[in-house]
Design a protein around this ligand. Sequence first.
Ligand SMILES: Cc1cc2nc3c(=O)[nH]c(=O)nc-3n(C[C@H](O)[C@H](O)[C@H](O)COP(=O)(O)OP(=O)(O)OC[C@H]3O[C@@H](n4cnc5c(N)ncnc54)[C@H](O)[C@@H]3O)c2cc1C
Ligand code: SF4
Length: 429
Amino acid sequence: MQYLVVYAIVLAFVWVLYVRRQRRLQAAHAQQLQQSLEAGLAEPPSLHPVIDPLRCLGSGSCVKACPESAIGLVGGKAVLVNAASCIGHGACFAACPVDAIKLVFGTETRGIDIPNVTPDFESNVPGLFIAGELGGMGLIRKAAQQGRQAIEAIRKRSRAMHDYDVVIVGCGPAGLSAGLSAIEHKLRYKLIEQEDSLGGAVFHYPRHKVAMTAPVKLALVGTVRFGEVHKEKLLEFWQGVVGKTGLKIAFRECMQGIDRAGDGFVVRTDRHSYRTRSVLLALGRRGTPRKLEVPGEESPKVVYRLIDPRQYDGQAVLVVGGGDSALEAAVALAAQPGTQVTLSYRGAAFSRVKQQNRLALEQAQHGGRLRVELESTVEAIDSDAVRLRTQAGKTTLRNDAVIVCAGGQLPTPLLQQIGIEFDTKYGTA
Ligand SMILES: Cc1cc2nc3c(=O)[nH]c(=O)nc-3n(C[C@H](O)[C@H](O)[C@H](O)COP(=O)(O)OP(=O)(O)OC[C@H]3O[C@@H](n4cnc5c(N)ncnc54)[C@H](O)[C@@H]3O)c2cc1C
Ligand code: SF4
């Protein structure tokens, strides 16, 4: 009897602890959801889960399975509490014990354009192929697999009198894998990448982010089994593969248009034109950095992302933009010794940013390390200065570097011009 009482007390104690912990977690998740809504970050970027509240038992398996902390429990049901960070791996979908989750593209209010492609990844324009995240499937493994499979299809097409068998645009996981496959099949290929680094979206993950990726087969390399891997290690591995295989990548070359020419295409970049039989678009969905289009922008001191804040120690830096990446860059730079930072934004307030970034910005401003110019625009960039139009009128600031974080231009209009057809998905699979 005594044992039973002790057992019941221990059980009740554990139960109380469990209930308390669940309450705390759910309160934190509800707060997270509220913050996402307030910051206007409640829209998932692409593929994401939709949870049927009638089926959901609140088991929390999806919450545990989600490596991005995108999903939480609110009121005993699973909810996408941090939608902007959902990358669509579907780990939540696989973990749900009662099939309460389905994965969909777009939302009722925000449609997502997904190009129509055949199972061989050919678009409705014969000879023009699409692989990776641009086609809707956002995962490293899927992108790499599709890049390889698209080349398998391309190599079966007749090879005509063109300079290249295939021009591959983009060197993220899809383009890289396609390039290796092109070497394996002895295709005459050209691989172009608008940035000066390979890896695509992976290169831009936060520092030391752990990427999760299932085994993937790469041509010339074999099956790569990483599981969980730091982004730096993954990029190092890919660089090693490029070194060993001799894959040639034309960096800092941006595709600007594609014209049909006979039974092939001419791919126009900001540097050259290439005549090719087939084209593989592996562009991802981040787009091409939006430019300011002001005199002096071509200067090498103007960049479109912050790589290492330490390289700006002691300099006068202008950051342009009003989103999370602009605020994060400005705050990181302001923490460097002797760096003077001005953040210029054409809007009247930072309305669509994470609360934590807004607070960090305010702290840096109060600390006198950062000056914010709202409702301002850049008029010109000179070698040692920048000219701004602000609320108070025109002003010139001493300047050593400009970092433009003005978002990306999606490739959809360009692809529509070429004739590629899209389906707009509003919360459907
Ligand atoms: C924060 C974050 C975390 C993620 N974590 C994971 C994870 O843990 N596991 C996972 O499997 N997936 C993850 N993903 C998703 C994964 O990174 C992407 O699905 C994958 O990188 C898509 O590969 P891709 O080659 O199709 O496109 P991208 O990686 O986007 O590469 C496209 C490339 O094309 C280039 N390009 C675009 N336009 C042009 C042009 N006009 N001319 C020349 N080049 C151009 C771009 O510069 C880029 O290098 C994550 C994504 C994000 C944003
Ligand atoms: S799809 Fe992936 S990132 Fe999105 S909620 Fe599910 S597990 Fe998390």
